[in-house]
Write a protein that binds this ligand. Sequence first.
Ligand code: GAL
Length: 210
Amino acid sequence: MIFLKDFLESAEAHYFVGYRVHYYLFTDQPEAVPNVKLGEERKLIVRKVPSSNSELDNEADYIFCFDVDAKFYARWSAETLSHMVAVIHPWFYNYPREKFTYERRPESEAFIPADEGDFYYAGGEFGGSVQEVHKLTKTCTEKQSIDRAKSIEALWHNESHLNRYFLYNKPSKLLSPEYLWRDISAGTNEVKVIRFTSVAKNMAEVRPNI
Ligand code: GAL
């Protein structure tokens, strides 16, 4: 919740401004959701997890899923739409494939062999048509359960499973790291417009489970 207010306020300033937007927030603490004033035709729908996302089928054409510890800084709009949208991870866009931090243990469902893989995709953001995103999240959740039953946790959790999914189900659009940069204070000459970034966080504070 410490990130949500900033996330929503920055999205109100930059994300699909002028379009109809429904934010779906999946949280275990619905009572703690901050009050953020939203523009016309924009609303926040809060769902306590665990929850099904099938209700979105008749509601929306496209959906983006974001980690909430992130913030918008510049326009993000219809140029990002496609059936299956992936974002190239901001730390690996100029790395050779063998340096990608894919899951390398064959016993995991997220396994990618050394000579395979196109890009290293970020796990904190993906999108597409509701049907495609539903297929993706359902598949990745199932694969994570299979791993869990074998007491294996993929190296980068859902990001590892997402990378495996995209290897065999190619995204129809790739967003460059301008759509997910490292940190707003991490300068770069390569990315001219930083549209969205992760927020620097203190892991010990926000993830008591690690
Ligand atoms: C880090 C990032 C992690 C994960 C990792 C992959 O930069 O903070 O969330 O994506 O890269 O190697």
